[in-house]
Design a binder for this molecule. Structure first.
Ligand SMILES: Cc1cc2nc3c(=O)[nH]c(=O)nc-3n(C[C@H](O)[C@H](O)[C@H](O)COP(=O)(O)O)c2cc1C
Length: 363
């Protein structure tokens, strides 16, 4: 990878190595889904915790952060299958890891079974260990082409895609769905069963319909009904924001694992807090500001390393906004980094901002 001169200094290999030093991961060596979901008798108290796929967010650096702070598995941003088979640089980047990611789980989107199968095969060849099929994206651009949540309206196509992808690869295939297209058409259970019958090894259910977009509250009771209908592991998703909501969702739905999206933005330690609460009933405190500064800088360096100085500096803006949410003078900091010309300046601004927090000075 070519690295801009001024940012070479920023890329400290030890920082990247530290970001990649996952401590709490199970050994998902062979079949990641079997190992994540052992038979109930061997599961103990540990509930699999999964970082949700989020376009523009769950790139390799953020996945590494979540894995380091206790997520057992982290899904990539969705990658368009058509773009993938054309080898566009953007799609290849989305589907790549930062380093030896324990289980590279790539989510693919599209509506043509043959193209989806080819994209899955390509990802397997590039090191993916799980392929997830997107049947939930509500965005018009995706749905108008028959992909994402539009597949919920076309059950035979949805089934054909799962079958084609499962046939094409030797790694587990999983599917992420919503409850249905809208409240009048909630066929999530049918779609989930079709996925299971056609070779899916795990289904994640986001408890909203496509019409809900991200509004209202996720319907956990509807997730429970889908869980009841399947024998493969079902993962519950939607509105888990802290250890208590994680516990409540588990109690209501009986799901085998939980997936967290927005609740992890700027607070990747949510995974270790949830794990501790579910296992022992205690919630470890979040890292202090000193530790947070270290993690923010590591995350920032990883973004520059992964996306280059221009792309990394730009992508870092939204993550830095989440990382500094609720801190003093955050609005002014966010305004300043949005205009920061290069990674060096941004790194200096991050350090100054954290050092100026009263809590930091008291440490
Ligand atoms: C910015 C953003 C991007 C998302 N991108 C994807 C995606 O690429 N694929 C997908 O299946 N879901 C995507 N989602 C949906 C999330 O995976 C998840 O289902 C949803 O946010 C509900 O979970 P949460 O309440 O824990 O955030 C996205 C959500 C957000 C907020």
């Amino acid at each position: 990878m070519r690295i801009h001169g001024t940012c070479k200094k920023l890329i400290k290999d030890d920082k990247i190595a530290r970001l990649l030093s996952y401590t709490s991961l199970p050994n998902l060596a062979m079949d990641a889904i079997s190992e994540l979901f052992p038979p109930p008798a061997h599961r103990g108290k540990s509930t699999p915790l999964i970082l949700a796929p989020m376009a523009g967010v769950t790139d390799a650096p953020f996945r590494s952060l979540a894995l380091r702070y206790g997520a057992h598995l982290a899904f990539s941003e969705m990658v368009a299958s058509q773009a993938m088979i054309r080898h566009t640089p953007k799609s290849l980047k989305i589907a790549s890891a930062l380093g030896p990611e324990p289980v590279l789980a790539v989510q693919i989107a599209g509506s043509d079974p043959a193209v989806m199968a080819e994209a899955a095969r390509m990802n397997e060849g590039r090191g993916a260990r799980i392929i997830d099929i997107n049947m939930g994206c509500p965005v018009k651009k995706i749905c108008n082409n028959g992909g994402g949540a539009a597949l919920l309206k076309d059950e035979s196509r949805a089934a054909a895609i799962v079958a084609a992808v499962a046939r094409a690869v030797n790694i587990p295939v999983t599917v992420k769905i919503r409850l249905g297209w809208d409240h009048a058409h909630q066929n999530g259970r049918t779609i989930a069963r079709l996925a299971e019958q056609n070779g899916a090894r795990m289904v994640t259910v986001h408890g909203r319909t496509r019409a809900d977009m991200y509004h209202g509250k996720a319907d956990w009771a509807a997730i429970a009904a889908i869980k009841q209908a399947l024998t493969i592991p079902v993962v519950g998703n939607g509105d888990i924001t802290d250890p208590h909501s994680a516990q409540e969702m588990l109690a209501i739905t009986g799901v085998d694992g939980i997936m967290i999206g927005r609740g992890a933005l700027g607070k990747p330690w949510i995974f270790s807090q949830v794990a501790s609460f579910l296992a022992h009933g205690t919630i470890p405190p979040p890292p202090d500001l000193n530790a947070r500064l270290t993690l923010v800088l590591e995350h920032f360096h990883a973004m520059i390393h992964h996306l280059g100085p221009v792309g990394g500096n730009r992508t870092a803006r939204k993550h830095l906004a989440w990382h500094t949410h609720g801190l003093i003078d955050g609005a002014r900091f966010r305004d300043a980094i949005n205009r920061s010309p290069d990674p060096q300046s941004t790194a200096t601004m991050i350090q100054t901002f954290f050092h100026n927090q009263p809590e930091f000075r008291a440490l």
